[in-house]
Ligand binder design. Sequence first.
Ligand code: DLL
Length: 432
Amino acid sequence: MFWDKEAETIKQEELEKLQLRRLKAIVEYCFHNSQFYRAKFKEANLYPQDIRSLADIAKLPFTMKEDLRDNYPYGMLAVPREEIVRIHASSGTTGKPTIVAYTRRDIGTWAELMARVLTSAGITKRDTMQLIYNYAFFTGGLGFHYGAERVGAAVIPSGVGNSEKQLLTMRDLGVTAFSSTPSYALYLAEFAANQGIDVREFEVERGIFGAEPWSEEMRRRIEEAYDIVAYDNYGLSELCGPGVAVECEAREGMHVWSDHFLLEVIDPETGEPLGPGEKGELVFTTLTKEAMPLLRYRTRDISMLLEDECSCGRTHPRIARLMGRSDDMLIIRGVNVFPSQVEHVLMSFPEVAEHYQIVVDRQGTMDVLQVNVEVTERIFRGETEELLKLKNRLEAKLKSVLGVKARVKFVEPGTIPRSQGKAQRVVDLRKK
Ligand code: DLL
């Protein structure tokens, strides 16, 4: 099922032609309308006419998150303020927030791409869709909202908070699809179970989850908990918000809407381009944005291009499930550890519940990695010997996968902080 079949199944050759035309246009546009980019081009002694092929994109300088921060609030705009119709912001973990601005056309394009996203995940006008995302500065709420309305679904702007009401809404209004962070979806199922409510009996058939890292095992658990099909989708505020990439019915990687976002995968150390199957950092150039175009924006997100055509017929390139962020990477006694690896190990043990936290500390000069894990009620209240065995098995598996020792600590079910939005999985006490 397609929202815009022509655009989504465009022939490779046509797609490349369109990308080149748009790339040249956006470079020209940045040169004339963005003070920030004009200065960057001058510095690199670069002119719009230097971009003659798609490969010439490598001549363009990268744009970093720091550029957005340094130019806070309006320094990245390529249009006069009066053309702006919406502003979102991402708080980030440190320092100043970064803002993203949209013209009327940008909002329209975003809604269109979200309509593609939702349709790709099987949402139609017959659905009643509950959106359990923050509707404020975060792009998740309004992004999904506009897309779902465009598709014609009955949209319930639930927002976040009040799990009891979320559940009543889901049940009483006959919700058939919902969207939230994967961690909240699991929390809500657990909350329901504690109230004696079986969400598997609801009418929900599908869910679209994203905005934070999750694993295949986590998907399986969500699907089981609700008896639904769960789709992954990816995006970031700087590009628009959600609406950058999504799975189709094949659920083998996410299609990146590359008629609007030109994707490169690079080696984060050297900046060199990487091919299909090679893990690296995703870099995007916005091809159609007016208010805040970005050239070669470094996301810090790690994934890879997938080879082969997709059985769904979409020609847009696919990326694998996100593998983490290069700035999320923990260095433990010199070994690189991604939180996603830890999740992968934990979730492969059925005795382990979905909630965990990674705590890194320093004892003397030694880094210490501890994983606080919630186990199921039955295991927690069970035999000490059984717990000890489980702990040993978990620690052995973590050691073999991570290449570094991790201490496992079992905590009482329900004690790891739950989040309505993105879960905080890592606490690095070394930074204090
Ligand atoms: O999280 C936009 C969004 C909203 C995407 C709703 C999907 C659904 P930001 O708050 O700017 O925007 O955070 C973007 O979140 O760079 C990734 O590190 C992470 N992220 C987003 N989607 C996924 C995903 C929104 N499917 C940052 N898997 C990105 C893993 C994801 N990480």
